[in-house]
Design a protein around this ligand. Sequence first.
Ligand SMILES: [Zn+2]
Length: 431
Amino acid sequence: MKKTLLVVLSVILLFDSSVIVISAQGQSPTEGATIGEEDSIIEMINQIDESLLYEYLSGLLNFSPRYTGSINCNLAAEYLYNEFQKMGLQTEFHEWRYGGFHSKNVIATLPGTDIWSTAEYILCGHYDTVRTAPGADDDGSGTAAVLAIASVLKDYRFNHTIRFIAFSGEEVGTYGSFSYARDASFRGDNIIAVLNMDMIGYANTEEGGRVLRFFPPKRSTWIADEATLIAEKYNDVLDMKVVTLPGYRGADNQAFVDYGYDGVWIAHQDGYSWGHSPEDTINHINWSYIVKATKLMLAMTVEFAQKPIDVQVALQRPYEGYTYFFKRPVFESSFGKKYFGGLRGSTFIVGGRAQATAVVYSKEPIQYVVFCIDGYFMFWDSEPPYEWSIQGWMTPIIGRHILDVYVFTTTGKVASDQMDITIFEIATTYK
Ligand SMILES: [Zn+2]
């Protein structure tokens, strides 16, 4: 269950179907209210304003600080849950225990309408704080943006599922997102991209007021590339651009990346000197900036959630984050406290010959699925289930490698997925 480079060969940012609008009170999609694509996104963008963001940010800041596990943090979780529920979204707590902490992530879901799609996009921020900060910018800003965007998008329907998530446990080691990503990976959730807004409420220069920074790890640069094009598309309305920087391991998107998904950290450009201090208050928020950043994130969420996906492939086995002895997953080998050590989501195969299994989602006939190690052909399979018993040609595969899988459709579309594996082969006979 890893990420999945949905590759539709070209970056098509235009919808092939128009957005369906439902009435504010309505429960179910009604085709009657269908309107033109770009107009409808502008209509959605225009519903984001300062008073909406102020309402959510000040609502959250009533519970300050929100150190993970504290009463205030739990009260803030209740507040977020109630706000999502008032919007009529499917709302749930994801309770987690890790590293001596016990807390809850809050999740609201807007299900996709494409019955062929299992794809989902996550728009998230973290609502917890360090012990002494009210956390207006870090990360009340991202959390308020999640709420504001959800409150607009709830009245529309899109091809793919959108999950709005407020994580806790970020400031103590990104434990909330780690717990969620681990569970999602084990369930086989088909998460295409995680858009993690963490500190999007500040600018004090003219240049900084026009920039939203994206920090993708290498495998997720495609998200920043698409985001750049979306920002250009709405530049006349928003006057904002995307600047791409290298990835950073200490943000909530990283846990998803460790579990084979794709995600980026998104933040403002100008330096914010009150982070993690009692001075991280609502007075320091730059309102015109947070409004523009939230509008741009709304446009991106909609463009991603609406874009058709023709073919996808996902590695479902080996299970990410497990240690295998021969074919069997024996124990979980993720050491989540060490997010800088790179051990989260690590997969070890001791003895070799674990089974690799790929799941394909496609609207077209499949020609074949190809398994590779480090980009080199190893095995192909033209019939489901698409499987390969991991083994070398003539020589064993030993050490840390990338297991790649590609799917080719009969019309020439290609998609791929990959995961890191580390193999210790003890004794194998090669013919
Ligand atoms: Zn933060």
